[in-house]
Ligand binder design. Structure first.
Ligand SMILES: Cc1cc2nc3c(=O)[nH]c(=O)nc-3n(C[C@H](O)[C@H](O)[C@H](O)COP(=O)(O)OP(=O)(O)OC[C@H]3O[C@@H](n4cnc5c(N)ncnc54)[C@H](O)[C@@H]3O)c2cc1C
Length: 317
């Protein structure tokens, strides 16, 4: 499979199109997901990213006692990657997370990806367990994305966790997350930025940003990266607003600012159909500007829905 960095190099400055999907809720049909994606394939995404969702806990009364039962609401990341590769001949990029995995399980997981011919991964710490305010690392697992990244780098060098003998090396191109508006846990922007620098120094090949609605945040972030020696591609993450509720939900969940002009335009809408249109138009403007400024890829957080992203892609590609 082609590496993300190679796609970007071969595009020679032309902006590429890509998007992220989430696995369906357990029990829902994969066909619905695939049919939802199909309209985006005409824009030739070189790759599609697939999120990974850690287990959650439900409480059940068993023999008169309350028991916490682990259940995964959105399983299937690897299966969906395989399905995307088969059906659309597109490169699939699974997200690999620390949460809920021991290092040994991570090693086995990475072998599954390697055997499938998957050569790109986005390594992340992962979200906390639902309902927990803080991320708690798995016993015997990784606490930070940088630790997981080092494990992938070592596998690329043919080194396994416990084996004395050399392993056949994997060939992963490694992406990491970057936060133009700071990761919410970091005490300040510089602290977070220094950890990003560390991830790149340890071998990250590209960065995908958290979503932003103000291009200046991305541009300042890229300028700071370049000034401080982070030279890998920085892929902007974009999300068209679709509902009025998102004005409060997105800042709460993703810790970002929504520009005043966009807030006013959304508040002037009478219903979410109009909000969707405002969100599409805002995102088209963002995309046009980012393309003109040489963004390597425009990467859309679709939540596995294609309608708004398709309209944006039609307007810009
Ligand atoms: C593009 C993108 C895709 C995502 N996909 C998923 C997904 O599929 N599944 C999912 O569960 N979540 C996903 N997330 C959410 C992500 O897991 C959370 O934002 C998580 O809280 C942080 O992940 P990270 O990889 O940035 O963590 P890290 O880089 O480990 O950073 C986490 C926090 O710790 C700090 N930090 C880093 N290293 C150290 C250190 N050595 N010592 C002390 N502090 C440190 C950082 O400043 C930051 O505040 C995604 C986020 C983005 C931006």
């Amino acid at each position: 499979m082609t590496k993300i960095t190679q796609y970007i190099e071969e595009a020679k400055g032309k902006t590429l199109f890509s998007f992220e999907i989430i696995p369906p809720v357990k029990g829902e049909s994969i066909h619905t997901l695939m049919n939802n994606l199909e309209p985006l394939m005409e824009f030739n995404p070189p790759f599609v990213e697939v999120t990974y969702h850690r287990e959650e806990f439900i409480e059940k009364i068993i023999n008169g006692r309350i028991e916490r039962i682990p259940t995964r609401k959105r399983p299937g990341t690897v299966g969906i990657c395989a399905s995307l590769i088969n059906r659309f001949k597109v490169d699939a990029v699974p997200h690999v997370i620390c949460g809920g995995f021991t290092k040994e399980e991570t090693e086995d997981f990475l072998f599954d990806l390697h055997y499938l011919g998957i050569d790109n991964v986005l390594v992340l710490r992962g979200d906390p367990v639902k309902g927990n305010p803080a991320f708690i690392p798995e016993k015997g697992g990784h606490a930070y994305a940088s630790e997981l990244l080092q494990q992938v780098v070592r596998m690329n060098e043919g080194k396994l966790l416990h084996d004395e003998t050399e392993s056949s090396p994997t060939n992963f191109c490694i992406g990491v997350a970057g936060y133009p508006e700071k990761h919410f846990e970091a005490p300040n922007f510089q602290v977070d930025f220094d950890y990003l620098k560390k991830k790149v120094a340890l071998g990250a090949n590209y960065i995908v940003t958290q979503m932003f609605f103000d291009n200046q945040k991305y541009l300042d972030f890229v300028a700071k990266c370049r000034a401080e020696g982070i030279l890998v591609p920085i892929i902007p993450g974009l999300k068209p607003l679709a509902t009025k509720k998102q004005l409060t939900v997105l800042p709460r969940v993703f810790h970002l600012d929504i520009p005043q002009d966009l807030v006013e335009a959304v508040n002037a809408c009478h219903n979410d159909k109009d909000v969707k249109q405002v969100g599409i138009e805002w995102c088209i403007q963002q995309c046009k500007e980012l393309m003109a400024l040489g963004a390597p890829v425009l990467h859309f957080y679709t939540m596995s829905k294609s309608e708004s992203t398709k309209k944006i892609a039609q307007a810009i590609f």
